[in-house]
Ligand binder design. Sequence first.
Ligand code: PEP
Ligand code: MG
Length: 748
Amino acid sequence: MAEKTDSDSRKLLRRLRDTLAEEGEGQERLDNITHLIADSMGTDVCSIYLLRDADTLELCATEGLNPESVHQTRLRIGEGLVGRVAREASPMNTGDATAERGFRYMPETGEENFTSFLGVPIQRLGETLGVLVVQSRDGREHSEDEVYALEVVAMVLAEMAELGAFVGEGEALAAPHQRQILFRGGVGQEGAAIGHVLLHEPRVVVTNPVADDPVVENKRLHDAMDTLRGHVDDMLSVAMGTAGEEHMKVLEAYRMFANSRGWVRRMEEDIERGLSAEAAVEKEQSAVRARMGRVPDPYLRERLHDLDDLSNRLLRILTGQGGTGEAGSVENPILVARNIGPGELLDYGRDLKGVVLEEGSVGSHAAIVARALAIPLVIHAERITAEALNGDQIIVDGDQGLVHLRPEETVAHAFRDKMAMQAKAQERYSSIRSKPARTRDGVTIGLHMNAGLMADLPSLEGSGAEGVGLFRTELQFLTRSTVPRRGDLAALYGRVMDAAKGRKVVFRTLDIGSDKVLPYMKRVDEPNPALGWRAIRVGLDKPGVMRMQLQALIRGAAGRPLAVMFPFVAQFEEFKEARGLLLEQIERERALGHVLPEGVEIGAMLETPSLAFAPRQFFELADFISIGGNDLKQFFFAADRENELVRRRYDTLNVSFLTFLEQIVARCAETGTTLSFCGEDAGRPIEALCFAAIGLRTLSMRPASIGPVKHLLRRVDLAEARAVIDTARASGAQSVRPAVMDWLARQT
Ligand code: PEP
Ligand code: MG
């Protein structure tokens, strides 16, 4: 076969485009395409295999093989040469197919006559949709140029499949973005929701993969590259001086790619072949994504990620598509994103029903906002942004870390039933809303709620919480590009207290640092951020922001009682210093003639085991102590709360942990120090019951947990529960959970 020139390739693409533009059913189009390719490449055979389901390829059209085998011949991914092309997502070119590893003869197709084989994956943005094959009798091996030309054709086919050119041809062709997919991710925030996908960055749709004039397309590409370079330079100058080393490294990599001749040259070649500028970007992006899946080295994978991100930006510039989604555009929106910043997430407002991220972590800013918005969050849902389309039905099961995309009706139905049952239970809880959480043997447990946004406050009424046991103050700092002003903070804190209508609000000072970096804070790269420079450590070393926040709290109180607690105190001295800072600010405010709070309670969060062993004087000086169980547990078991591999490894009701908590209860009892527990575990009914049984009298939790926790507490005899726990402990059990569950099951 003669060397094909670029204009041959362009001619083929143009004929392909015209064929696709004709009216007709999907099958007819596919038949025309195989005919067209075989004809213009001078091969005996051209076949299209498409994915029928995640593991099966089906012969969907052929020119040259036995027509009877269409829709009959099926292969598993990895099976035969075609299956191998799909699995490896890279071309296979041989003059002697029978000699190749994995060759599998399929008698029904009559392919024994064809020794030459060239197969290329049909893929869009790294997602394999099928395989395009040409075969011949003459034993030729195809030139690099021909391989490339066929790849370009496959790219256009993938693009057309995306646009629905083959829809109507059965499951195989409808495969992309139609079938149900289950994602197993991690729990970012518990809860459940059903709704519709709202993509944070909607997929760019390329409607014109084939272009007539390469000169025009080249100019478009170069103009877009210029704009992209400008964007990268802007990002670099904004980040200079404030971003950490990691962030700067990423931006430097962006700049390097944006100036990479190799990348541009490959796209120019694609354009020469007849692709439009955007299709050329996508073709190279697909190759990058395919490589991403194969590269084991994490550093290289990250760099490929960067290039992928840059390609997205380039596509948006070229197509003018982009911007972020709008919550109002779909019903019951569930946001799907690769990752998202806290400000962006808050911008979507309270309409969001849930969030699904490809990346993210339990302690990420997005997770903090999701927690504040009380919506389920699933993290590490790999590849969901490639699979989900705006408006797709989606179920977020934040309790299990599962996401059902385009669920079958039976699944959706079962899920709706489950949610209806939960709603019914919530209704049941509303009947006990104004009743105390008093156990059968007459012990009353104070139930408070955790909050972080002004918008959380209405839940005080609805949930029946006695007050706010933990007001996380990070959000107002995380969602801005500069340090919030004292006056604004004071006004906000004042409004929070107004909304609480005299109920107590415990404000926790800024818990920030290490992984929770403020956009305007100079980042310090730390080898072990969870054990690093965070919370009170930052506040004491650089007290400017903490002083300002304390002043804002005093002013916000405007003569009312004020309760402040300091996070992550590890030793007495830190508490003394922080407390001293607050007292200093009170004196300062007094000197300035401002109204002082009616009384100030100063507490510490007990989040590191060391504080439990602090001198007695610490317990005497602290007005109250709140156990931050999320952190305390991670340090007690040395198991990172953000690491999916270990975070559920140790049960909160593990005997060692419960005994440790009990010792804290005892130490506080000795000095008469008020003690509460405000980690996530307080909102889990069984855990809450056990905490109450070992002597905790105040718990602070998500508003939605108050009903279930109260419901259980009101049903039990605490002394009996205590006896069950003690017996389990004495038996050598690792966790008291089985015994407590068993006992509860026997209750009426
Ligand atoms: C905790 O650690 O339990 C806690 C309440 O604080 P945060 O989850 O904000 O770290
Ligand atoms: Mg904490």
